[in-house]
Design a binder for this molecule. Structure first.
Ligand code: F6P
Length: 423
C-alpha cells in the first residue's frame, strides 16, 4: 500500500495565466478531505530554491477564499532559466528546502517547461510531483486543454471585435498578432471566432499564401468590403522572403538613399521590413504597397473616382500580455476545479509523477515522463518536419493518439478558418 502523503507544496511556474488561482484554490480545498497539509511557495522554482523560508507559507481554506475569480496568481510566478542550465544543482538546492519544510510531494501548475523541472526534482532528489497544465497557449501535447486558453481567447476576441468596429467605420484592415509562442491555437480559434479574412500560424506557414490573400482582399474591396481582420500567431514565419531578396531590397534602398531618391525614414522602413519586423508587421507594409499599386492601375483603367488614391489602409495591433490577464471564464474556473481535485486524488492514492490531462474531452491523467517525451517528440517533428520511424514505434498507443490529435487539430482548424474566411 502506498504511504499516505501528509504534506505537499504547490507552485505556479512559467508564464502566468488565468485560472491559476482557481487551481490553487481547488488543490487547497480538495486536500482537506484527505488531511493533507498544503504549503504555497511563491515565485515558482526560484522561490523554492532561493527563498526558504520566506517564500513558503501554509495555505488553508481561508487563504484561498475569494481568489477563484482573480487573474494572475496569488503565489506569483517566475521564469527560471538557471534551472535549465544547472538542473542537478538547482534541484538539489530546491529539494533541500522542500525537505526543511517537511514537504513530501509537489503540485506544479504550469506548462511543459515547469513539468520538466518537476522531473528533475524526481530524478535527482526523488521528490514526487503531479502537474496541472496551465498556459494560455494550449500547446501541451499530453492534453487537449490547458488552463487559461479559454480566457485568453475571450480577451483576444474582445480586442478583435473592438477593432472590427472601428475598421468598418473607416474602411480599414487590422492585422492582429496574438500570443502563442510557437503554437497557433489562439490564432486559429480567434480567426474563426471573429470572422478573420486570413490567419497565419507557425505550424503551417505554407497555408498562408500572401499573394493570394492580398489579391482576394483587393478583389473584396473592389466589391465593397469595408473591413478586414488578419490574424497572425506571434510565431508565424514569412517563408516566402528568401535571404537574397531581403539583401537585394536593402541594397536597392541604400542606392536610392545615396542618390537622394528616398529619405532616411524610407530606408529604415526597408531595413526594418526585411530584417527586424515580424511577419505580421511585414504584412502590413506589403499589403499597403501592393494594394496601392493595384488600385492605381484599377483607377487608371476604370476612371472610377471611388478608387482614386485607394489602398487597404492597415493598422497593427499586438495583442500580447493583456491576453494573459483578467478574470477567468466560467470554463477555466470549472476545469481548474476538476484538475485541482484530480491532482489531489492522485496524491492521496499514491499515484505520483503524473500530469492531469483532458483526453477525449474528459479529465484524465498520464505518466509525467511519457507526457514530456511525447511533447518533445512533437516539438522535434515541428522543428525538422520529419520524425524517426523507430522512435515513433517506441511511443505507447496513448502517445501515438496524442501525437495524431496534435497534428490533426491545427489542420482541421485551419480548414475551418479558410472555409469561413470573409474574403
Ligand atoms: O507561454 C505563454 C506566453 O504568453 C506565450 O504565448 C508568449 O510567447 C510568452 O508566454 C511570453 O512570455 P513572457 O511573459 O516571459 O514575455
Amino acid at each position: 500500500m502506498a504511504v499516505q502523503i501528509k504534506k505537499i507544496a504547490v507552485i505556479t511556474s512559467g508564464g502566468d495565466c488565468q485560472a491559476m488561482n482557481a487551481a490553487i484554490r481547488a488543490v487547497v480545498l480538495a486536500a482537506r478531505k484527505y488531511d493533507i497539509e498544503v504549503v504555497g511557495i511563491s515565485d515558482g522554482y526560484y522561490g523554492m530554491t532561493y527563498h526558504y523560508p520566506e517564500a513558503f507559507k501554509a495555505l488553508c481554506a481561508d487563504e484561498v477564499e475569494n481568489i477563484i475569480g482573480c487573474g494572475g496568481t496569488v503565489l506569483n510566478s517566475a521564469r527560471f532559466d538557471e534551472f535549465e542550465q544547472d538542473p542537478e544543482g538547482i534541484a538539489r538546492r530546491a529539494a533541500a528546502n522542500l525537505g526543511k519544510a517537511g514537504v513530501e510531494a509537489l503540485v506544479i501548475i504550469g506548462g511543459d517547461g515547469s513539468f520538466r523541472g518537476g522531473l528533475d526534482l524526481l530524478k535527482y532528489c526523488n521528490i514526487p510531483c503531479v502537474g496541472i497544465p496551465a498556459t494560455i497557449d494550449n500547446d501541451i501535447v499530453s492534453t487537449e486543454y490547458t488552463l487559461g486558453f479559454d480566457t485568453a481567447l475571450r480577451n483576444t476576441i474582445e480586442v478583435c471585435d473592438s477593432l472590427r468596429d472601428t475598421c468598418n467605420s473607416h474602411k480599414r484592415c487590422n492585422v492582429v498578432e496574438v500570443m502563442g509562442r510557437k503554437a497557433g491555437q489562439i490564432a486559429l480559434h480567434a480567426a474563426i471566432a471573429v470572422g478573420a479574412s486570413a490567419v497565419s500560424i507557425p505550424e503551417a506557414p505554407g497555408a498562408f499564401d500572401e499573394d493570394k490573400v492580398i489579391d482576394r482582399m483587393i478583389e473584396a474591396r473592389r466589391n465593397g468590403k469595408r473591413s478586414f481582420l488578419v490574424i497572425f500567431a506571434e510565431g508565424a514565419e514569412n517563408t516566402g522572403l528568401p535571404e537574397n531578396d531581403k539583401k537585394a531590397a536593402l541594397d536597392a534602398a541604400v542606392r536610392d538613399y545615396d542618390e537622394g531618391k528616398i529619405d532616411a525614414k524610407a530606408l529604415t522602413d526597408v531595413a526594418f521590413h526585411n530584417y527586424k519586423a515580424k511577419y505580421s508587421e511585414q504584412f502590413v507594409s506589403t499589403l499597403r504597397s501592393r494594394s496601392l499599386a493595384a488600385f492605381e492601375k484599377y483607377y487608371a483603367e476604370t476612371g472610377n473616382i471611388d478608387f482614386k488614391g485607394e489602398y487597404i489602409e492597415t493598422k497593427f495591433m499586438r495583442c500580447a500580455h493583456m491576453s494573459r490577464g483578467g478574470r477567468p471564464t466560467t470554463f477555466d474556473r470549472v476545469v481548474a476545479g476538476h484538475m485541482g481535485e484530480a491532482a489531489i486524488a492522485l496524491i492521496a492514492e499514491g499515484k505520483l509523477n503524473r500530469v492531469i490531462c483532458v483526453h477525449d474531452g474528459r479529465i484524465a491523467d498520464m505518466d509525467m515522463v511519457e507526457a514530456i517525451s511525447v511533447d518533445s517528440f512533437y516539438r522535434k517533428f515541428r522543428k525538422t518536419g520529419s520524425y524517426d520511424e523507430a522512435k515513433y514505434n517506441e511511443l505507447t498507443d496513448l502517445q501515438k493518439k496524442l501525437f495524431a490529435y496534435r497534428l490533426n487539430v491545427s489542420e482541421h482548424l485551419l480548414a475551418t478558418a479558410a472555409a469561413l474566411s470573409e474574403i
